[in-house]
Design a binder for this molecule. Structure first.
Ligand SMILES: [Zn+2]
Ligand SMILES: [Zn+2]
Length: 814
């Protein structure tokens, strides 16, 4: 009698042995071809729930499969440890962020080890430790030297609850903070930026990388490239040095219809252009618009309003005076912060002109236009009218013609515009890598020299957010000497967005202990870029965009020689529970620990892969995981309860061999296509097939052993512990995880056909071609369905059916 399948008894044992034998340690000098499989590293805000395991377990299976396919696989793990969520959680609990983070890491590491993954823990990285963030600071210096990091005053997104600025990418939905859902407000602040806009065009190219269409589209939309024309309007206002206002438009064909100009309320010219009798109204409007965020300002629900500044500019094309207004639906951060208003051919301008009784001259004719005033804006193409030299030109040609004329006259130029803004990377928070810059009264802004890195984050600092960087109040940190003149200087007290840390982490894994540089260049040459990257689609226009920018920027600095970090990207779906996304606030979080303790890591792993297509996710369900557990129990008994062959039948042996090879093919192809759920279904089907063969006892011990051996090999990446245990108990050489992936024989897979003889009462009545692998049940069904057979059965009662496998069916009737 064999013992019962008891995961608790075998999983710990194998994890310890694999660790003691350093089975999964990755060697750079391994002669096999490299394969770098990376999963987005987890954020250290607390426990890992089952949703966190969902990216990990299937990706570990995939990496293990590559390993068995003969690759030297790097599949590292680490922790994204700086940033707001960990800091906020620490503050809520009254614990220092460092202690909170490191305690979380210890727990998460324990959880991840219980998963039985092939992570080489000697390569672990933690972004909040000085030996890591020293290099984050070093990269900052490199970007700074290249002019790709700069400080500027700008209207920025401010989260009143998190008490810090946010990048545009961190403002989600209706203008809410991505972390805490608080409505974001605008402030004008001196901040640090990375010049991601310089790479806007290159970031639109996805040549040579295999990324989901959805992510590419999101990035393209976020970058928002549009072609248009910049037009200069003349300015001649006493006391104002500026002699023009430039606008960006995609409709230069309508320029003769401009009847007013609109500036963003925060446009630098507003103050100077406002005449004394309009000042009170303008000031009040500016103050009011400051209280609104971008989303509120652009909302289609909101009625468009504005005020007149009292000044005019000139439309150079027709010499007309154009009144200059301000309105909050114009944003300084988009285009030039000024918009030419053509009310006849723009819905928003039309409503605005109606409200303030501004003229609405038609310059593009609607079909059958009778020369009367328009009832609504006409935005379709037509012929140009009231447009001087362009009268009669089709508006679609007018775009080109007007642009060319403007360029010829020096009044404008064809240009492109982007929605993408530079990446705001400074945060007024404690828990981040300090920005390595000092301010000297004599020298100004001075970068900390490389050899003085790291600029250590002081542990004894007050860390509660106040709206300014908490480091400002830490005298020991702030006061320093200027590296250039040796005089007194003050340190920059803002810290870096944690997305900076994760923009280069894939490089650190190749040589995590390298002290001379951020990474060993030879090792980076060996391993990079990453072959397969998996993680959540929610990172589409944050991490996944930043890391591409960062990679291109440091390539241009000669630090690496490739421009895309991840050759293939895969986004998994979500595990939900109770039909909802798991979250602590909903109270529907599934903790993997209890399931691992009760059913085993192999069962949890397999269930996560079986629950649905990986890119879609699925609903966590206790009865579903029970089914997976029972399946592994059947595998256990099948392998260990022994097999006693009876009289063997060649046809049955061939049929089982065929089923075995078909399973190898199906499992292999499903893993390649990332169809892990159907891969497991195929293994379950094969298990049933073997159970049937075991009862029939018509195959030899050799064929049986080969099939069981194959089942274990195919199971090894998904369920590494039970596969190793059974492998050892059946007397094979340790370790199953060092074995080659089985190959299939295409010729063997082809269904062979046999001739099935059908008798009625012992007399041959028909012969039918059937698949050789036909089961008894199927053979009976085929037999009684033949017309000749039906004729001989007539209305008689079937007493018995005798089946000789692979040969005949004899139907006994009376
Ligand atoms: Zn917030
Ligand atoms: Zn100085």
């Amino acid at each position: 009698m064999t013992d019962r399948y008891d995961p608790a008894a075998i999983e710990k044992k194998w994890q310890q042995k694999w660790a003691a034998d350093r089975l999964y340690e990755v060697h750079d000098d391994d002669p096999r071809p490299k394969y770098y499989a990376l999963t987005m590293f987890p954020y250290t805000s607390g426990d890992l729930h089952i949703g966190h395991w969902y990216p990990m377990a299937p990706s570990d299976m995939h990496a293990r499969y590559r390993r068995m396919r003969g690759y030297n696989v790097l599949h590292p793990m680490g922790f994204d440890a700086f940033g707001l969520p960990a800091e906020n959680a620490a503050i809520r609990r009254g614990i220092h962020p460092f202690k909170w983070t490191m305690d979380n890491i210890a727990n998460m590491r324990r959880q991840l080890k219980s998963l039985g993954a092939i992570y080489d823990w000697s390569r672990e990285i933690i972004t909040c430790l000085p030996d890591y963030y020293q290099w984050t600071q070093w990269f900052f210096l490199k970007l700074y030297e290249a002019g790709l990091a700069y400080r500027a005053k700008a209207p920025v997104n401010w989260c009143p609850k998190c008490q810090t600025v946010l990048a545009n990418e961190q403002v989600v939905g209706e203008g809410l903070c991505e972390r805490c859902d608080t409505p974001v407000v605008h402030r004008d602040l001196e901040q640090w930026f990375f010049r991601i806009t310089r790479y806007a065009d290159e970031l639109l190219e996805f040549e040579g990388i295999d990324w989901p269409e959805r992510i590419k589209t999101m990035q393209r939309n976020w970058i928002g490239k549009s072609y248009g024309t910049e037009i200069s309007f003349g300015l001649d206002v006493p006391g104002v040095a500026d002699k023009e206002i430039r606008v960006f438009t995609t409709r230069p064909d309508t320029v003769y219809g401009v009847t007013f100009m609109v500036l963003a309320p925060e446009h630098p010219l507003v103050d100077r252009l406002t005449t004394p009798d309009n000042k009170a109204a303008v000031d009040a409007y500016v103050a009011k618009s400051r209280k609104l965020n971008e989303i509120e300002r652009l909302s289609t629900e909101k009625e468009k309003d504005g005020v007149f500044t009292g000044s005019y500019c000139v439309n150079r094309l027709n010499g007309k005076k154009v009144p200059i207004w301000i309105a909050d639906y114009v944003l300084l951060s988009y285009g030039t912060g000024a918009v030419m208003a053509v009310p006849a051919h723009d819905e928003r301008d039309f409503a605005f002109a109606r409200k303030y009784d501004l003229p609405i001259p038609v310059v593009i004719t609607p079909p059958d236009w009778d020369g009367k005033e328009l009832e609504a804006a006409y935005i379709e193409p037509g012929n140009m009218v009231n447009s001087g030299r362009f009268d009669g030109t089709p508006s679609t040609d007018g775009i080109e013609a007007v642009s060319a004329y403007l360029e010829e006259k020096g009044w404008g130029k064809r240009t492109v515009s982007y929605r993408l803004r530079d990446w705001l990377i400074s945060r007024q928070r404690y828990w981040g890598a300090p920005i390595p810059v000092v301010f000297c009264a004599k020298c100004g802004e001075v970068a900390v020299p490389e050899e003085d890195l790291p600029v250590l984050l002081p542990e004894d600092a007050e860390f509660k957010p106040t709206g300014e960087s908490p480091l400002k109040y830490n005298e020991q940190f702030v006061n320093t000497t200027c590296p250039r003149c040796g005089g007194p200087a003050r340190r920059e007290t803002d810290t870096m967005d944690s997305f900076v840390c994760s923009s280069w982490y894939y490089l650190r894994y190749v040589s995590p202990h390298y002290a001379e540089a951020a990474f060993d260049p030879d090792k980076a040459k060996l391993w990079c870029p990453v072959d397969f990257y998996s993680g959540g689609a929610e990172h589409a226009v944050m991490h996944l965009l930043y890391v591409r920018f960062f990679t291109k920027a440091i390539r241009d600095l000669g630090i690496i020689d490739f421009g895309e970090p991840f050759l293939r990207l895969f986004n998994q779906g979500h595990i939900i529970s109770g039909h909802q996304k798991m979250s602590k606030s909903r109270g529907n979080v599934v903790n993997p620990d209890a399931y691992v303790a009760e059913l085993g890591a192999d069962v949890v792993r397999a269930y996560l892969m079986f629950i649905g297509p990986w890119e879609q996710g699925g609903e966590w369900d206790d009865s579903g995981i029970g089914g997976v557990s029972r399946w592994l129990g059947r595998v256990w008994r099948l392998a260990l309860e022994g097999y006693a062959p009876g009289k063997t039948a060649a046809a049955d042996e061939t049929a089982l061999a065929r089923a075995t090879h078909q399973t190898i093919k199906k499992v292999t192809e499903d893993i390649e296509r990332i169809h892990f759920n159907t891969m497991l279904a195929a293994l379950m089907g094969f298990t049933n097939r073997l159970n049937g063969a075991r009862e029939q006892r018509t195959i030899s011990k050799d064929v049986w052993d080969h099939s069981i051996r194959t089942l274990l090999l195919l199971l090894a990446p998904s369920c590494p512990h039970i596969a190793e245990e059974l492998w050892q108990r059946l007397g094979y050489d340790y370790s199953i995880h060092d074995q080659n992936w089985p190959e299939w024989d295409e010729a063997l897979i082809k269904e062979e056909e046999i001739t099935l003889v059908v008798q009625v009462n012992g007399k041959v009545r028909d012969k039918v071609l059937v698949p050789a692998a036909i089961t008894e049940n199927e053979a009976r069904k085929v037999a009684v369905a033949q017309p000749k057979v039906i004729a001989h059965i007539g209305g008689k009662r079937i007493l018995n059916t005798i089946y000789v496998p692979g040969k005949l069916v004899n139907i006994v009737v009376k």
